[in-house]
Design a protein around this ligand. Structure first.
Ligand SMILES: *Cc1c(COP(=O)(O)O)cnc(C)c1O
Length: 389
């Protein structure tokens, strides 16, 4: 084919691979933990043991790698297994920069286990390039970790600007791009060295498995160590989960596009609402970072947003209690819309204001989602004794 395929076509056919042995359009689920050695003691299949090599991963890794424009992609047992592999591949004493606003569980691991193993982790405001530049220690900083849009405030970090600052200092740039998905942003093309996804979220999209992945722009010493971390530490995905992930990937473009369109409508509807103090969504023109997001996200601003209840924490918790269509649950990127009082999840040290509700917009009818939030906001205001104005 003369022209590279559109991402929609890559996703819909999962690259169009056909099983050689059976001509099946969907792949079999390979479950073997081990592979036959040749009589002359070689392993010509290239497979030895399923902790390191699993044919069940090949197609899903290839689809994600093609969508990200990477050199290679590896699946992991979870988003956290993928993210922590990036840090475990560093050396004690290495300095790393990470954002103050980021996925809370990784921030927590960084400030406990990673620092315990001798990494020097510094949390900074990644949205400000001057702060990043000042925090970089040339020759000492090995890695800059960013997340954009970042949980749970959806702060936007300029990937290209941060990549060039990191590279000038001799550091790698890794991006948690879970919320953007490879359809909206391709961080490697903007200069990032590594992209991580919680494939649990949009890539799979059906809230029925835990998985993660890493894609690299180039093969290098750090990537070789990442490969060893997966094979040796063993944060490997099950074969059935890899197969489910591939099935989910085939509709990635439809799901992400629907969620983006709905999120934009919902954000605009509740922006300035009498019972909403603030809507945090990169697609709103007044949102800090909107201009950068418009540059580095194509086709939408994602399906994640937060709203702040006008009458404080009790009102926020009451809104979540009153929704019916929006389900009260953590996680994101599924077909169903979720609502969550984020400060309750993150606990001490959270950047989430106490009145903040995190919304993962699914693919239900937009008007149904708006109506359910409207009734929940009104019922919550009545419950906390605040009449709508
Ligand atoms: C969920 C999530 C993770 C962690 O992924 P798991 O699969 O739950 O381990 C990391 N980063 C972001 C942005 C996430 O939403």
């Amino acid at each position: 084919m003369s022209k590279p395929l559109h991402p929609d076509s890559i996703a819909a056919q999962a690259l169009g691979w056909i099983d050689e042995a059976t001509r099946a359009i969907t792949p079999p689920i390979h479950v073997s933990s081990t592979y036959l050695r040749d009589p002359d003691n070689q392993y010509r299949s290239g497979r030895v043991y399923a902790r390191a090599d699993n044919p069940a991963y090949d197609q899903a890794e290839a689809v994600i790698n093609t969508l990200e424009g990477g050199h290679q992609t590896l699946l992991f047992a979870s988003g956290m297994a993928a993210a922590t592999a990036v840090f475990q591949a560093l050396q004690p004493g290495d300095h790393v920069l990470a954002p103050k606003v980021m996925y809370w569980s990784l921030r927590n691991w960084l400030m406990t286990f990673a620092t315990g193993w001798g990494l020097q982790v510094e949390l900074i405001d990644m949205t400000d390039p001057a702060t990043v530049q000042a925090a970089l220690r040339p020759g000492k900083t090995r890695l800059v970790w960013i997340e954009t849009p970042a949980n749970p405030l959806w702060s936007i970090t300029d990937i290209a600007a941060t990549a060039s600052l990191a590279h000038e200092a001799g550091a790698l740039l890794a991006v948690d791009s879970t919320v953007a998905t490879p359809l909206l942003t391709q961080p490697l093309s903007l200069g990032a060295d590594l992209v991580m996804h919680a494939a649990t979220k949009y890539l799979n999209g059906h809230s029925d498995l835990i998985a993660g992945c890493l894609s690299t722009r180039a093969d290098n010493e750090h990537w070789q160590r990442v490969r060893k971390v997966r094979a040796q530490v063993g944060g490997t995905l099950g074969s059935f989960e890899a197969w489910l992930l591939l099935r989910g990937l085939r509709t990635l473009h439809l799901r992400v596009r629907a969620a983006c369109a709905s999120a934009q409508r919902i954000a605009e509807h509740f922006d300035g609402h009498a019972l909403v103090a603030e809507v945090l969504y990169p697609g709103l023109p007044g949102f800090p970072g909107h201009a950068i997001a418009a540059r580095q996200m194509q086709g939408g601003f994602g399906g994640m947003m937060s709203i702040r209840a006008k009458h404080g924490e009790a009102a926020a918790i009451a809104v979540a209690a009153q929704t019916q269509l929006w389900k009260r649950a953590t996680s994101l990127g599924g077909t169903e819309s979720l609502i969550e009082h984020r400060a309750s999840v993150e606990g001490a040290g959270t950047p989430a204001p106490a009145d903040l509700l995190r919304l993962s917009v699914g693919i239900e009818n937009t008007e149904d989602l708006i109506a359910d939030l409207e009734q929940a906001l009104a019922a919550a205001a009545a419950a906390v004794g605040a009449a709508p104005r």
